[in-house]
Ligand binder design. Structure first.
Ligand code: XIL
Length: 389
């Protein structure tokens, strides 16, 4: 068996070599059968509340498990709200705190939905995190007008100050800057040529963190990004650029406390040294690490059989967590919604081009709110520490 030391010195790849399913074997029946058999022993109707919940298992490792939610579903869908109450220790809004939702016009803030979720979280003794203060995909049209654009910097400061002050002392963390890296834009440091970047230059990142800290000194201020999970060239470059950015911010004492790994992964992917070294680098730089948006895109799976698909998806969750939660820097794990019924991966054609008519089974609970193999894989994933000691 691999020791914990082996794991860090030889890399997670060594551990994975024992268990990995290669993408080519996505539909290899013998491998699927072993996963199916193992997990069929757990009846889907068993009690999964209280000490059997995802958060209870995460807690045994000193971690918190939670989910992103669409606030409307908490308001209108009691079955969904019950799952969140039972399984989660932390929640985050999927869209309701983004600029476009929060700022319908220049002079208006609409805090209705995030306030509702915060109230729900507090009543149920959960933490809440904020997502996000700045993202290239959520820039309201009103700020892009010739009249307003020249004042972007002031709007940016006012927005972050107002929003952070409102929730100061209530949010566990904030995704302050989301997805600032895109090497193909050809900018220094691999920075994305977003609206914010174009209007304010690279300093917008530092400005966002400093402004947030002034308004809310309690929340852990987080840099959140995707594309860092795999051992390929693209993710290797992204990891390096993000680490360079964080090192530079740290050098200048910019208040960044945590780093989010979005964790939108594809079914059948393998995870190894790249991810484990990245997390270890972040730990050595004193960052907390959050897996912020975990889900498994199953568009590459060829078979249509739900049981086979669920087994591959569950295995992907296991493989990912085996590497990610081996490091104590990882403090929270959130899935991006918890029920297939609401996964963003079914919105539009973008995330299921190969299987456009097949709704994705990407999350721990199915369309009918039943726990799937992914649920048990995730839950077992929180117990894995023992296996590598
Ligand atoms: C997604 C939401 O889930 C969708 O409903 C919305 O239409 C687009 O944004 N990375 C992020 C999240 O940081 O904010 C994105 O959320 C998913 C990818």
């Amino acid at each position: 068996m691999l020791t914990r030391r082996d794991f860090f010195t030889r890399g997670a790849g060594a551990a994975l070599a024992l268990t990995a399913i290669s993408p080519a074997a996505l539909i290899a029946e013998d491998k699927i059968a072993s996963v199916v058999n193992k997990q069929d022993s757990t009846s889907p109707s068993e009690d999964i509340s209280g000490s059997r919940s995802l958060n209870a298992h995460a807690k045994t490792q000193g971690r918190v498990f939670g989910s992103a939610v669409i606030v409307k579903n908490i308001r209108e869908d009691p079955k969904f709200a019950k799952i969140i109450r039972e399984q989660c220790g932390i929640v985050v809004t999927t869209g309701e705190l983004k600029w476009i939702a929060l700022r319908p016009s220049r002079d208006k803030y609409d805090f209705n939905d995030p306030d509702y979720l915060l109230n729900f979280a507090q009543q149920n003794h959960m933490l809440m995190r904020g997502h996000n203060l700045c993202w290239h995909e959520s820039v309201p049209d009103w700020i892009k007008t010739e009249e307003n654009k020249p004042h972007t910097r002031q709007f940016f400061i006012d927005h972050i100050t107002t929003v952070c002050k409102r929730y100061a002392g209530h949010f566990q963390s904030w995704d302050v800057v989301n997805e600032a890296i895109l090497p193909k834009d050809g900018q220094p440091g691999g920075l994305r040529k977003s609206f914010w970047y174009e209007q304010m230059g690279p300093e917008y990142i530092e400005l966002a963190f400093r402004t947030a800290y002034e308004a809310d000194p309690y929340a852990k201020l987080t840099y959140n990004d995707y594309g860092v999970e795999l051992d390929n060239e693209e993710d290797t470059e992204r990891r390096k650029l993000i680490l360079d950015l964080l090192r530079d911010l740290k050098k200048r004492s910019v208040p960044v406390h945590a780093v989010g790994i979005q964790s939108h992964v594809k079914a059948g992917s393998t995870f190894g040294k790249g991810l484990s070294d990245y997390i270890e680098n972040l730990r050595q730089m004193d960052f907390e690490v959050y897996l912020t948006e975990l889900d498994v895109n199953e568009d590459d799976i060829v078979t249509n059989d739900p049981a086979e698909r669920d087994a591959i998806i569950a295995k992907t969750y296991s493989d990912f967590l085996r590497v990610a939660v081996a490091n104590p820097a990882v403090k929270t794990v959130l899935t991006w919604d918890i029920c297939d019924r609401f996964t963003w991966l079914n919105d539009g054609p973008t995330h299921h081009k190969k299987q456009p008519n097949r709704p994705q089974r990407s999350l721990p609970f199915d369309d009918n709110y039943r726990p799937k193999k992914a649920f048990f894989a995730l839950r077992d994933g929180f117990n894995q520490k023992k296996n590598i000691l």
